[in-house]
Design a binder for this molecule. Sequence first.
Ligand code: GRF
Length: 183
Amino acid sequence: MVNLAVLASGTGSLFAAMLEQKLPIRLMVTDRPCRALEIADEAGLPHVLLPRRFGKGFDRDAYTREMLALFREHHIGLVAMAGFMTVFTPRMFAEDAYRLKILNTHPSLLPSFKGDHAVKDAIVYGVKTSGCTIHWTTEELDAGPIIAQESVKVLPSDTVESLHERIKEVERQLYPALLKTLI
Ligand code: GRF
Protein backbone atom coordinates (compact mmCIF):
# COMPACT_ATOMS: atom_id res chain seq x y z
CA MET A 1 0.00 0.00 0.00
CA VAL A 2 1.34 3.39 -0.97
CA ASN A 3 1.94 5.96 1.79
CA LEU A 4 -0.06 9.14 1.26
CA ALA A 5 0.88 12.64 2.46
CA VAL A 6 -1.69 15.43 2.56
CA LEU A 7 -0.64 19.10 2.34
CA ALA A 8 -2.97 21.87 3.50
CA SER A 9 -2.94 25.54 4.48
CA GLY A 10 -6.49 26.12 5.68
CA THR A 11 -9.53 24.65 7.40
CA GLY A 12 -8.69 21.14 6.27
CA SER A 13 -12.23 20.05 5.43
CA LEU A 14 -10.96 18.10 2.41
CA PHE A 15 -8.32 16.46 4.59
CA ALA A 16 -11.07 15.50 7.08
CA ALA A 17 -13.07 13.94 4.21
CA MET A 18 -9.98 11.92 3.22
CA LEU A 19 -9.57 10.72 6.80
CA GLU A 20 -13.22 9.58 6.84
CA GLN A 21 -12.54 7.48 3.74
CA LYS A 22 -9.72 5.70 5.57
CA LEU A 23 -7.09 6.58 2.98
CA PRO A 24 -3.55 5.47 3.92
CA ILE A 25 -2.51 8.94 5.14
CA ARG A 26 0.89 8.76 6.85
CA LEU A 27 1.77 12.46 7.04
CA MET A 28 0.08 15.86 7.13
CA VAL A 29 2.14 18.96 6.36
CA THR A 30 1.08 22.62 6.43
CA ASP A 31 2.95 25.78 5.48
CA ARG A 32 1.31 27.87 8.23
CA PRO A 33 -0.49 27.29 11.54
CA CYS A 34 -4.03 26.21 10.57
CA ARG A 35 -6.96 23.99 11.53
CA ALA A 36 -5.69 21.11 9.35
CA LEU A 37 -2.85 20.56 11.86
CA GLU A 38 -5.29 20.26 14.74
CA ILE A 39 -7.36 17.71 12.79
CA ALA A 40 -4.22 15.62 12.24
CA ASP A 41 -3.34 15.93 15.91
CA GLU A 42 -6.82 14.81 16.97
CA ALA A 43 -6.56 11.85 14.57
CA GLY A 44 -3.16 10.89 16.00
CA LEU A 45 -1.45 11.30 12.63
CA PRO A 46 2.15 12.48 12.18
CA HIS A 47 1.93 16.19 11.31
CA VAL A 48 4.54 18.81 10.56
CA LEU A 49 4.34 22.57 10.34
CA LEU A 50 6.91 23.57 7.73
CA PRO A 51 6.52 27.34 7.94
CA ARG A 52 7.41 29.59 5.03
CA ARG A 53 8.10 33.27 4.67
CA PHE A 54 5.59 35.34 2.76
CA GLY A 55 6.75 38.01 0.33
CA LYS A 56 10.36 38.98 -0.34
CA GLY A 57 13.09 36.68 0.87
CA PHE A 58 11.16 33.42 0.49
CA ASP A 59 13.62 30.80 -0.70
CA ARG A 60 11.23 28.59 -2.67
CA ASP A 61 13.91 26.12 -3.69
CA ALA A 62 15.17 25.62 -0.12
CA TYR A 63 11.56 25.12 0.99
CA THR A 64 11.06 22.54 -1.76
CA ARG A 65 14.21 20.73 -0.64
CA GLU A 66 12.96 20.56 2.95
CA MET A 67 9.58 19.21 1.83
CA LEU A 68 11.27 16.62 -0.36
CA ALA A 69 13.37 15.47 2.60
CA LEU A 70 10.21 15.10 4.70
CA PHE A 71 8.50 13.01 2.02
CA ARG A 72 11.55 10.76 1.78
CA GLU A 73 11.88 10.41 5.54
CA HIS A 74 8.25 9.20 5.74
CA HIS A 75 8.50 6.98 2.62
CA ILE A 76 5.73 8.91 0.89
CA GLY A 77 4.63 7.52 -2.49
CA LEU A 78 1.70 9.83 -3.29
CA VAL A 79 0.89 13.39 -2.23
CA ALA A 80 -2.50 15.12 -2.16
CA MET A 81 -2.52 18.91 -1.97
CA ALA A 82 -5.78 19.97 -0.36
CA GLY A 83 -5.85 23.74 -0.16
CA PHE A 84 -2.05 23.97 0.07
CA MET A 85 -0.89 27.43 -1.01
CA THR A 86 2.81 26.99 -1.87
CA VAL A 87 4.17 26.13 -5.31
CA PHE A 88 7.33 23.95 -5.47
CA THR A 89 10.36 24.39 -7.72
CA PRO A 90 11.20 21.87 -10.51
CA ARG A 91 13.41 19.70 -8.21
CA MET A 92 10.17 18.33 -6.70
CA PHE A 93 9.02 17.09 -10.10
CA ALA A 94 12.22 15.42 -11.28
CA GLU A 95 11.95 11.86 -12.56
CA ASP A 96 13.60 10.48 -9.40
CA ALA A 97 11.46 12.67 -7.11
CA TYR A 98 7.67 13.27 -7.25
CA ARG A 99 6.93 13.65 -10.95
CA LEU A 100 3.25 12.70 -11.49
CA LYS A 101 2.98 11.76 -7.82
CA ILE A 102 1.45 14.97 -6.46
CA LEU A 103 -2.20 15.85 -7.01
CA ASN A 104 -3.96 19.14 -6.44
CA THR A 105 -7.57 20.24 -6.42
CA HIS A 106 -8.54 23.71 -7.57
CA PRO A 107 -11.94 25.40 -7.14
CA SER A 108 -12.59 26.29 -10.80
CA LEU A 109 -12.83 24.56 -14.15
CA LEU A 110 -9.21 24.92 -15.26
CA PRO A 111 -7.71 26.43 -17.33
CA SER A 112 -10.15 29.19 -16.31
CA PHE A 113 -9.47 31.16 -13.13
CA LYS A 114 -6.09 29.96 -11.93
CA GLY A 115 -4.66 31.29 -8.69
CA ASP A 116 -5.68 32.14 -5.16
CA HIS A 117 -8.96 33.94 -5.94
CA ALA A 118 -10.53 31.46 -8.33
CA VAL A 119 -14.03 31.52 -6.83
CA LYS A 120 -14.19 35.31 -6.62
CA ASP A 121 -12.78 35.69 -10.14
CA ALA A 122 -15.44 33.33 -11.54
CA ILE A 123 -18.24 35.31 -9.88
CA VAL A 124 -16.82 38.67 -11.00
CA TYR A 125 -16.46 37.38 -14.57
CA GLY A 126 -20.09 36.28 -14.47
CA VAL A 127 -19.76 32.62 -15.48
CA LYS A 128 -22.91 30.55 -14.98
CA THR A 129 -21.05 27.31 -14.36
CA SER A 130 -17.87 26.76 -12.37
CA GLY A 131 -16.64 23.71 -10.47
CA CYS A 132 -13.46 21.96 -9.44
CA THR A 133 -10.49 20.38 -11.16
CA ILE A 134 -8.20 17.67 -9.87
CA HIS A 135 -4.89 17.66 -11.68
CA TRP A 136 -1.29 16.52 -11.44
CA THR A 137 0.86 19.21 -9.86
CA THR A 138 3.81 20.78 -11.65
CA GLU A 139 6.05 23.77 -10.96
CA GLU A 140 3.56 25.93 -12.86
CA LEU A 141 0.59 27.21 -10.86
CA ASP A 142 -2.65 25.26 -11.50
CA ALA A 143 -1.41 24.00 -14.86
CA GLY A 144 -0.63 20.26 -14.68
CA PRO A 145 -2.47 17.52 -16.61
CA ILE A 146 -6.16 17.32 -15.68
CA ILE A 147 -7.45 14.07 -14.15
CA ALA A 148 -11.04 14.93 -13.20
CA GLN A 149 -13.46 17.83 -13.27
CA GLU A 150 -16.97 18.37 -12.01
CA SER A 151 -19.16 21.36 -12.66
CA VAL A 152 -21.18 23.38 -10.16
CA LYS A 153 -23.90 25.89 -11.16
CA VAL A 154 -23.32 29.49 -10.14
CA LEU A 155 -26.54 30.95 -8.69
CA PRO A 156 -27.47 34.64 -9.08
CA SER A 157 -27.56 34.90 -5.27
CA ASP A 158 -24.09 33.35 -4.79
CA THR A 159 -21.41 34.96 -2.66
CA VAL A 160 -17.79 33.79 -2.77
CA GLU A 161 -18.45 31.83 0.42
CA SER A 162 -21.66 30.10 -0.72
CA LEU A 163 -20.25 29.09 -4.11
CA HIS A 164 -16.96 27.92 -2.62
CA GLU A 165 -18.81 25.80 -0.07
CA ARG A 166 -20.86 24.08 -2.81
CA ILE A 167 -17.67 23.46 -4.79
CA LYS A 168 -16.01 22.02 -1.68
CA GLU A 169 -18.98 19.68 -1.15
CA VAL A 170 -18.16 18.23 -4.57
CA GLU A 171 -14.41 18.15 -3.86
CA ARG A 172 -14.99 16.27 -0.59
CA GLN A 173 -16.62 13.46 -2.60
CA LEU A 174 -14.58 13.49 -5.78
CA TYR A 175 -11.04 13.86 -4.39
CA PRO A 176 -11.04 11.01 -1.80
CA ALA A 177 -12.77 8.70 -4.32
CA LEU A 178 -10.17 9.48 -6.97
CA LEU A 179 -7.31 8.95 -4.52
CA LYS A 180 -8.80 5.63 -3.51
CA THR A 181 -8.89 4.52 -7.13
CA LEU A 182 -5.33 5.67 -7.77
CA ILE A 183 -3.99 3.95 -4.66
C1 GRF B 1 -10.54 23.75 -1.80
O1 GRF B 1 -11.63 24.41 -2.42
C2 GRF B 1 -9.39 23.61 -2.75
O2 GRF B 1 -9.78 23.46 -4.08
C3 GRF B 1 -8.70 24.93 -2.57
O3 GRF B 1 -8.76 25.15 -1.18
C4 GRF B 1 -9.94 24.56 -0.66
C5 GRF B 1 -9.56 23.73 0.55
O4 GRF B 1 -10.60 23.70 1.48
N1 GRF B 1 -7.37 24.91 -3.14
P1 GRF B 1 -10.41 23.15 2.97
O5 GRF B 1 -9.33 23.99 3.63
O6 GRF B 1 -10.01 21.70 2.88
O7 GRF B 1 -11.76 23.33 3.62
